[in-house]
Design a protein around this ligand. Structure first.
Ligand code: NAD
Length: 474
């Protein structure tokens, strides 16, 4: 008999192991894959409205489980406010695609091709089985954000959430069981990278959200199998505060972006370049904003900042802080992790920092904002672009045209202007990750559904006899 592997689930608030989950075995994964593949052709053959109605039914089923799902997300992540936002954002994503998918999937009419008597038509053919591998920072949303349009496109989906935050899966499975049309089309497996590798071996396309390190391995595994990989990876998002920015307003937006979800969002700003002429007043305002925020302890609803969710991330954050201090960085507020059973990072503003330090160069994924003073806009742009990452950025200036000019020169897939992290809130615009922050088509915007479809051209000769028979074509 094969041994059942168990995942030990650590409570991020207390640091204690408080439960165990059984890891999906290879035999269970194989059976699930067979079930999903068997159900997919009939699902794809349904009118798109049928599939959209099923997505709406899932939104309603989740809504009925609001309390148990937000509780599960709280147990997974230790934070309350963002769990509610994450839950609401997931419902909104289901309903948005249910409303928008039919227009996205309209098949173009038959049309004449470049040779007029040949008619052409394009069929959109879904990948049969899409695999989704997600991280721990928004467990529910990032497990479904690609799965939802894939389902609308006619694919079946197999999801593997992070092993750090898999408690929510039980509630998701209960909700799915209430939507029979969908229950056969979406499977969820539990486990770590071993299960992730097995999933890649079993599907026809991958949507991966996670670190650059794992993303590279996932991309290589997909390349070996000749299957497409849509990779959404890490970042080190810069904010550029230009000389003519409103320093108070910039400080507020940057503090929100850097500290919400304890800085554990791919959309978090992680470094700031401020013009020397307003640096003093900006830094003072940022420190004031940071000092106002409280740890959400002892009760989850007490304050704004939750614990560091992943134990592995704690080591990275400690290392970045130690490296920065060893090289002369000063914390104007925060700067030390708090051991409250789990590890908590108070909002931290660092100065006397530069790109030689890990906290400026590498993704920290914590409530830490290193602030660097620059002589002018040119220096800010050059230093912002001096990174292997290219996820998002923010530019602050009272002159919108100037801010847009600066934004166009940034090597980042999304740039918020006079605000921050808008990429996490605006889902309607296409946005691709630059450099090592990702690969593949946009996850956002209506065209993102095309990632799950292949175009099949039908080239129709309506009855013209032997038009090509040994005639040279011009
Ligand atoms: P991670 O790369 O460690 O893990 C992500 C997922 O990959 C997990 O489910 C893990 O089990 C799985 N995995 C690990 N090894 C694997 C393998 N060999 N094959 C297949 N799957 C494997 O990332 P994490 O620590 O869970 O998440 C944090 C990272 O995610 C950060 O870098 C963050 O920036 C990034 N992220 C990016 C976005 C985005 O949209 N760009 C969004 C959220 C998070």
């Amino acid at each position: 008999m094969t041994e059942i592997r168990m995942l030990k689930m650590r409570n991020p608030r207390t640091g204690q192991i408080d439960s165990e989950l059984a890891v999906t075995s290879q035999a269970e994964l194989d059976a699930l894959v067979a079930k999903l593949r068997a159900a997919q052709p009939a699902w794809a053959a349904q009118p798109v409205q049928f599939r959209c109605d099923a997505l709406l039914a899932l939104a309603d089923a989740l809504e009925r489980r609001r309390e148990s799902m937000t509780d599960a997300l709280l147990r997974d992540t230790g934070r309350w406010h963002e769990s509610v936002l994450e839950f609401d954002s997931t419902l909104a994503t289901l309903r948005r695609w249910a409303a928008g998918a039919p227009a996205c999937l309209e098949v173009p009419a038959e049309a004449p091709g470049n040779i007029p008597f040949i008619k052409t038509r394009v069929n959109l053919v879904p990948y049969a089985l899409v695999g989704v591998i997600s991280p721990w920072n928004f467990p529910l949303l990032l497990s479904l954000i690609d799965a939802i349009p894939a389902l609308a496109a006619g694919c079946a989906v197999l999801v593997k959430p992070s092993e750090v935050t898999s408690r929510f899966v039980e509630v998701l499975r209960l909700a799915l069981a209430e939507v029979p049309a969908l229950d056969q089309l979406i499977g969820v497996v539990i486990g770590d990278g071993v299960v992730g590798s097995a999933l890649i071996a079993a599907v026809d396309m991958i949507c991966f959200t996670g670190s650059v390190r794992t993303g590279r391995r996932v991309g290589e595994a997909c390349a070996a199998r000749f299957i497409p990989a849509s990779l959404e990876l890490g970042g080190k998002d810069p904010a550029l505060v230009l000389a003519d920015a409103d320093p108070q307003r910039a400080a507020r937006a940057i503090a929100w972006s850097g500290f919400v979800n304890g800085g554990q969002s791919c959309m978090s700003l992680e470094r700031v370049y401020v013009d020397a002429s307003i640096a003093e007043v900006f830094i003072a305002a940022l420190v004031e904003e940071a000092s106002r925020l409280r740890l959400a302890h002892p009760q989850p609803r007490d304050g704004e900042i939750g614990p560091i969710i992943s134990a592995a991330q704690v080591d990275i954050v400690r290392e970045h802080l130690a490296d920065a201090k060893a090289h002369g960085a000063r914390a104007l507020t925060g700067g030390e992790l708090k051991d409250l059973g789990g590890q908590w990072c108070p909002p931290t503003v660092l100065v006397d920092v530069d790109e030689s330090m890990k906290v400026v160069r590498e993704e920290t994924f914590a409530a830490i904002l290193p602030v660097m003073v620059v002589a002018d806009e040119e220096e800010a742009i050059a230093r912002a672009n001096d990174s292997v990452y290219g996820l998002s950025a923010a530019v602050f200036s009272k002159d919108q045209a100037r801010a847009e000019r600066v934004a166009r020169r940034l090597q980042a897939g999304g740039v918020s202007i006079n605000d921050a992290s808008l990429t996490g809130l605006i889902h309607s615009e296409e946005k691709q990750s630059f450099k090592q922050s990702g690969m593949g088509g946009s996850r956002m915007g209506a065209p993102s559904i095309r990632r799950f479809l292949r175009a099949q051209a039908l080239l129709i000769n309506p009855g013209v006899e032997d038009p090509w028979w040994f005639k040279a074509q011009p």
